[in-house]
Design a protein around this ligand. Structure first.
Ligand code: PLP
Length: 322
């Protein structure tokens, strides 16, 4: 009854441990008050540092002009703000890019933009090389709509994963130069770019950067991301898909609070805990640990959920060993 494509997507999804885990965890989420037996989610990178500010502003800022269709590739105001932010922060434009609103297109999340860029740059059954280990949803992001295969290239010796460290800029440049020397385009997923990157001096016509509000702005659920490129053909092609990936016109979100992120990143008890776990031979999704504010609402999540999570882990392991 279903198309081959739909069957393929269902099959891929059911064998992707990230998706299996996410589905189970979200349909039966642990809650201290109402669902003590629910699943403790220690596998997703969500940032709750700005929750209260976001909640207070999203409701206040709806205007009559937001209720029309608007531009599917994102309002010029939002695209301008994203370009300015990138130019200001960490030098995406400080070196060679010098971004303007025209170099930015908005979509509903980095995952969605990855899918669109695959659709634009590759044909069905083409392959995209992906250094691995890597974010686990790339395979389906590339395949689901565009039918493009991810070919994982084992870069274990050079990648700092899975410690949560950042791919060094020199290594990233080496990969990009390798690709450009072979006339290949590079799709660079930089969802943490505000948190982590310094400068990016790259060929702007064959390097397409994907960024998202999910991590740097603590807005996973809002579903907003950006394609940043200087390649007009790619941007024009994106425009043709934008209708399917647009975000609501209500796009005046709270500004990122870089200092708060940085402070929590540096001082977080969770981060210390993460390293203690690692030293003790236990790896737990590090980005979750990086974005827990020891003083904020998420503190309870780490203080309560982690010990409880570990307790449950030990029980399961005990059963296996018995
Ligand atoms: C590397 C990477 N790309 C994309 C995504 C998905 O981002 P979004 O929520 O903007 O779709 C994530 C989420 O964890 C990620 O880690």
């Amino acid at each position: 009854m279903l198309s081959q494509r739909a069957n393929r997507n269902l099959e891929i999804s059911s064998s992707n441990m990230l998706f299996v885990g996410m589905k189970a965890a979200s349909s039966n989420a642990y809650d201290r008050d109402s669902n003590m037996s629910g699943i403790i989610n220690m596998g997703v990178a969500e940032n709750a540092l700005m929750s209260s500010e976001v909640i207070s502003q999203v409701h206040l800022d709806v205007r009559a002009s937001d209720l029309g269709y608007g531009s599917f590739r994102g309002s010029s105001r939002l695209r301008f703000e994203v370009a300015s932010l990138m130019n200001r922060r960490h030098g995406l434009g400080a070196t060679r890019l010098e971004l303007s609103a025209n170099h930015v297109a908005i979509g509903n999340g980095a995952g969605s933009v990855v899918a669109s860029v695959a659709h634009i740059l590759a044909d069905e059954n083409d392959a995209i090389l992906v250094p691995a280990p890597v974010y686990g949803a790339f395979r389906s992001d590339l395949l689901a709509n565009a039918g493009v295969t991810a070919v994982f290239v084992n870069a274990k010796d050079s990648l700092p994963n899975p410690t949560g460290k950042v791919v060094p800029l020199s290594l990233l440049k080496e990969w990009i130069e390798w690709a450009h020397a072979r006339n290949l385009h590079c799709i660079v997923d930089e969802v943490y770019i505000i948190c982590i990157r310094s400068t990016m001096d790259v060929d702007p016509l064959r390097t397409h950067i994907i960024w998202s509000f999910s991590k740097d702005f603590c807005l996973n659920g809002i579903r907003a991301g950006a394609l940043i490129s200087k390649n007009q053909q790619v941007l024009d092609a994106y425009n043709e898909l934008a209708y399917f990936h647009g975000i609501p016109s209500i796009d005046r979100f709270t500004k990122t609070n870089y200092e708060r992120l940085r402070d929590s990143f540096e001082l977080s008890g969770s981060l210390i805990l993460f390293h203690k776990f690692l030293d003790g031979g236990l790896y737990i999704a590090p980005s979750e640990a990086f974005f827990c504010d020891p003083a904020g609402p998420d503190a309870s999540r780490f203080r309560i959920n982690v010990p409880l999570g570990l307790d449950r882990m030990m029980k399961v392991l005990d059963q296996i060993i018995d």
